[in-house]
Design a protein around this ligand. Structure first.
Ligand SMILES: Cc1cc2nc3c(=O)[nH]c(=O)nc-3n(C[C@H](O)[C@H](O)[C@H](O)COP(=O)(O)OP(=O)(O)OC[C@H]3O[C@@H](n4cnc5c(N)ncnc54)[C@H](O)[C@@H]3O)c2cc1C
Length: 410
């Protein structure tokens, strides 16, 4: 019987799991342990409204503070799950307290990836609320050099420009956001930043990032080019936080490995969110999400799994990014396709780009068409195959079920 559930990590995955357990009628003890100083909050705001100061943290919380006590969820902030004895199903908190559990959920999220060299004082990263103040000081100090043109680097660039900072981005890839969107959409992103005065240098292989004196940093590429700025932000992706799982002997490979039911290799221990790499049966591989909506979906599903329900959902990742007021939405696997069809116009920033493989939709990227993304997620999950002309036909709604789909072969 499951009477005591402990959740390590009070991000969206952990918090949603706790909420779902109560919503599903679970009456046992729930302890939600979070390393950060705040209750669960909307992390996407960290690079947007919280960074530019248009919102305070109190307005970014997932739930008002009183919600947790009212729901009989024991929220422990500024506390870490420090160690686990999986044989005795007992764990220790950083406060020294020990807790016994029947089920343990590891929702420890991810950390900002760092450069190999130890970053000097004027080099920042961004993941948590605690990272905001030093980065904001760096922006106010300007100019800012950003290493990495992924989602976080680009969003910070947009926010920093809005605050009047001079920004330059160094990117190792061929185009901004090239790991998330097709080249046609990367071009739009590059144009958007150019219009706002942000220079993006692609194909930069960084040799060193150093502090030159107390007032600046210098980045040196392997080809000898150099760039100087007052401060730098390293935004080169995230690494799953698997430290706790590793020390407990739980299987890890680019994330804590879980099956379709979110079960780790160790009995009674589950994992979800950015920290977890879940088996995706249709794609026959483990995959790890790094998007807000996926973390929420994981939280809901893992709670049901802990309560003994069978989870059959196919996880189609989807996320969004807002830069200069333009909201880019994406779903599925947007970089592995054999045909790309654009409905609408990328140039006029009103489009949905459909990534097709063998006539089936595998990914979609959109600006200004959220309905399409909702429809695309379902179409990707069901794997229907349509002729190219049917996918391209703008006169029919993407979600129109009246279109004759060819049953998927996968
Ligand atoms: C700056 C930024 C902007 C983003 N913007 C977007 C966006 O616009 N759209 C989008 O779709 N996604 C966005 N994301 C991604 C999204 O926020 C993440 O995918 C999501 O937060 C992952 O949720 P999670 O609960 O798995 O992990 P996290 O949110 O990382 O939360 C995990 C929590 O667990 C804590 N923890 C770790 N170890 C322990 C331990 N041993 N004991 C206790 N607590 C522990 C961590 O400190 C952290 O608070 C953004 C991410 C960042 C960093």
């Amino acid at each position: 019987m499951t009477d005591r559930i402990v959740i390590a990590g009070a991000g969206p995955a952990g918090a949603t799991a706790a909420r779902t357990l109560r919503a599903e009628g679970y009456t046992g003890r729930i302890v939600l342990v979070g390393a950060e100083h705040h209750g669960p909050y909307r992390r996407p705001m960290v690079s947007k409204d919280l960074l530019d100061g248009t919102r305070e943290i109190d307005r970014c919380l997932l739930e008002p503070e009183k919600y947790w006590a009212e729901s009989d969820i024991e929220l422990r902030v500024a506390t870490m799950v420090a160690d686990i004895d999986t044989d005795r199903r007992r764990l220790w908190l950083s406060t020294g307290e020990s807790l016994d559990y029947d089920a343990l959920l590891l929702a420890t999220g991810a950390r900002a990836r760092r450069l190999e060299q130890h970053p000097p004082v004027r080099v920042r990263s961004l993941r948590r609320v605690a990272d905001i103040a030093p980065l904001r000081a760096a922006i106010d100090d300007g100019p800012l050099l950003i290493v990495g043109a992924g989602l976080v680097g680009l969003e910070v660039a947009a926010t920093a420009r809005g605050l009047g900072a001079d920004v330059r981005i160094l990117h190792s890839g061929a185009a901004p956001l090239d790991r998330t969107v097709p080249p046609e959409v990367s071009t739009l992103v590059a144009d958007l930043h150019a219009e706002h005065g942000v220079r993006i240098e692609n194909g930069v292989r960084l040799a060193r990032l150093e502090q030159i004196d107390r007032r600046g940093v210098v980045a040196t590429a392997t080809d000898g080019r150099t760039w100087t700025a007052s401060s730098a932000l390293v935004a080169i992706g995230a690494v799953p936080d698997t430290a706790l799982a590793r020390t407990a002997g739980i299987a890890v490979y680019d994330g804590i490995l879980v099956d379709e039911q979110y079960r780790t290799s160790t009995s009674g221990v589950y994992a979800a969110g950015d920290a977890a790499s879940r088996f995706n049966r249709p794609r026959d591989r483990h995959e790890r999400g790094e998007h807000w909506n996926s973390a929420l979906a994981d939280g809901r599903a893992v709670a049901k799994s802990i309560l003994g329900q069978q989870i059959t959902d196919i996880d189609v990742p989807w996320g969004w990014s807002t830069q200069y007021g333009v909201s880019l939405q994406f779903a599925g696997w947007t970089c592995s396709y054999d045909e790309l069809i654009v409905r609408g116009s990328i140039d006029s920033r009103d489009f949905t780009a459909l990534a097709l493989a063998g006539g089936a939709l595998v990914g979609a990227v959109s600006v200004g068409r959220p309905r399409d993304i909702r429809a695309a997620r379902e179409l990707i999950a069901t794997g229907v195959v349509r002729p190219t002309a049917a996918w391209a036909d703008e006169s029919t709604d993407l979600a129109d079920r009246a279109q004759p789909p060819v049953p998927a072969a996968r």
